[in-house]
Design a binder for this molecule. Structure first.
Ligand SMILES: [Zn+2]
Ligand SMILES: [Zn+2]
Length: 284
């Protein structure tokens, strides 16, 4: 069992009512655990070059586009497609076309990689819209991008990055951890990276200040420590957990996947997120 699987099992013990709804995530984690890179994946540049790239306000995103080939991630993408077909059976024909395009080389990993903090924006790959592409990316890329970018993490100095996209893969943030002194740490689900971010700024549109921020709090007292933080300007939202109140919270990805009831609240109020949760996919 990997750490993520362990944490996932723990989350389902805490929230047993979601066991069936969230079964596909357990399957995705199992496929991730079985995956290993078919060939070595490594960043091309040195830590000094990474730091220079960050100084110029650029994530290391070009590295994944350069390094990843279709064969590296096709098992992972296949697993994500299985999961998506189960969540949204009406996508089966489009997924079939996507698989054919992938096998024929017309579509590859770059279709799933983020660009400027968005995934699949404006795309219509084999008839799959941006939401479906973003879901596939979120359910497939993590193990490969973690291998690729993991070595760069320790070289990101505190304060060296202030943007709202992942400094490593360039992906959108997927979850917020509130850590010591109330600081806000954003988590990237695509590569597992994390970075500190301004407390009152929207990472998606950059607007600053408490006036633009909406906080949707779940009603149940037992959900203390969890909040949905949304932007009134661009209508994006992210879930967050205050780790000072929730010492037993799992990794950001697990907490995010394991709280679809919060996505439902945000979705009903007209908020969106870059990588949709399964409740949003199933609702369309
Ligand atoms: Zn990332
Ligand atoms: Zn915003």
């Amino acid at each position: 069992m990997t750490d993520l699987q362990d944490a996932w099992a723990d989350l389902l013990r805490r929230r047993p009512a979601f066991r069936d709804t969230l079964a596909i995530y357990g399957d995705v984690l199992e496929r991730w655990a079985r995956w290993s890179p078919p060939r070595p994946l490594a960043l091309s540049a040195s830590p000094a070059a990474w730091r220079a790239t960050w100084d110029s306000g650029t994530p290391l995103a070009a590295e994944a586009a350069r390094a990843l080939r279709a064969a590296d991630v096709e098992d992972l993408v296949g697993a994500a497609m299985d999961a998506l077909a189960r969540v949204e059976p009406s996508l089966a024909p489009a997924l079939q076309r996507f698989a054919e395009a992938w096998d024929g080389g017309a579509v590859g990993p770059t279709a799933l990689l983020p660009a400027r903090g968005r995934i699949g924006e404006g795309s219509n790959v084999a008839g799959l819209g941006a939401d479906a592409i973003a879901f596939l990316a979120g359910a497939s890329l993590r193990p490969a991008l973690e291998v690729l970018y993991g070595p760069a993490r320790e070289h990101l100095a505190e304060g060296a990055w202030s943007l709202g996209v992942c400094p490593f893969c360039g992906g959108p943030p997927g979850f917020t951890d509130v850590v010591e002194e109330g600081r806000r740490r954003l988590a990237c689900h695509l590569c597992g990276g994390a970075w500190l971010f301004a407390k009152l700024r929207c990472p998606f549109c950059g607007v600053d200040g408490a006036a633009h921020l909406a906080r949707l709090t779940p009603e149940e007292a037992r959900e203390e420590g969890y909040v949905i933080s949304a932007c009134r300007e661009c209508r994006a939202y992210m879930k967050e957990v205050d780790r000072r109140a929730r010492w037993n919270a799992g990794p950001a990805l697990v907490e995010d996947w394991g709280s679809p009831h919060f996505d439902l609240i945000a979705h009903r109020q007209g908020y969106w997120r870059p990588i949709p949760s399964i409740v949003q996919l199933a609702a369309r």
